[in-house]
Write a protein that binds this ligand. Structure first.
Ligand SMILES: Nc1ncnc2c1ncn2[C@@H]1O[C@H](COP(=O)(O)OP(=O)(O)O)[C@@H](O)[C@H]1O
Ligand SMILES: [Mg+2]
Length: 250
């Protein structure tokens, strides 16, 4: 499964969708959410998919990560064809190879920052010592070591999102999916989050796929795909993406 080589040395993209279509039907109403969409996401980059609310971004993330099935078309992730995996194999794939960050942080109110990060590592079967060590390292990487004993109610929005990133990062996933990770945050915190995601792609070789309708993020990504009405309209590369190291926590 370790197919996440750099794009220069590998012709296998980290993620690939071929002619993917998806519709939702409720009663007589049929909504075509993804319409014959194809894309390739290269490894070790921060790719941003931007587009207006309702254009299908979250559905696309769910499909590329194996959470939802396509009506037609094909999805490959790290070289595996997701449509050919049964439920169990898909669950395993998500547990071992993917991390998620959401707009609403999805933290447990009763757990400390440290416990939020440690919990999924126990599910992955790591020893208690290894899990604790990884949790400490990940929280340190997002600048939260001094606050790791605090619960969500004692943390700011930006800090909560950094906990969520540490939780995803600690799994050491090849694929990191972020759905509107900055939408609940002010500009400074939003920029810190996107810079951390960028740094993760650079230093860990993680493939980071972020979807957002926030136009401020566009300059920070390695590559920007614009989406509208279930299709990719444009695909452009930032030769020198903006990474403001000043806002990355110590
Ligand atoms: N489970 C679902 N059942 C019915 N309609 C859905 C479902 N999920 C998404 N949709 C519809 O699909 C469209 C795209 O949704 P979504 O992928 O969430 O867009 P975005 O993330 O870009 O805002 C919307 O019209 C939404 O209402
Ligand atoms: Mg969405």
């Amino acid at each position: 499964m370790q197919a996440a080589a750099s794009p220069a040395t590998s012709s296998i993209p980290a993620l690939q969708a071929d002619a993917v279509s998806k519709a939702f039907v409720s009663g007589h109403l049929r909504t075509q959410v993804l319409d014959n969409l194809s894309l390739r996401i290269e490894a070790s980059e921060l790719t941003l998919i931007s587009g207006p609310s309702g254009c299908g971004k979250s559905t696309l993330l769910a499909i590329l990560s194996g959470l939802q099935k396509v009506d037609s078309g094909r999805v490959r992730a790290l070289g595996s064809e997701l449509g050919q995996l049964d439920m169990r194999a898909l669950e395993r794939f998500r547990l071992e190879h993917t991390g998620f960050v959401f707009q609403g942080f999805n933290l447990f109110p009763a757990l400390s920052a440290f416990e939020q990060v440690e919990l999924p590592l126990n599910h992955m079967g790591l020893s208690r010592d290894d899990a604790r060590e990884r949790a400490r390292r990940s929280l340190d990487e997002v600048g939260l070591s001094p606050r790791m004993k605090l619960r969500p109610s004692e943390l700011s929005g930006g800090e909560k999102q950094r906990v969520a990133i540490a939780r995803a990062l600690a799994k050491e996933p090849e694929l990191l999916f972020a759905d509107e990770p900055t939408s609940a945050l002010d500009a400074a915190n939003g920029q810190m989050i996107i810079d951390i995601l960028h740094r993760i792609a650079r230093t860990h070789g993680t493939t980071v796929l972020c979807v957002s309708h926030d136009p401020r993020l566009v300059v920070h990504a390695d590559r920007v795909l614009s989406m509208e009405d279930g299709r990719i309209l444009s695909d452009r590369r930032n030769q020198t993406p903006v990474i403001d190291s000043k806002v990355v926590p110590p």
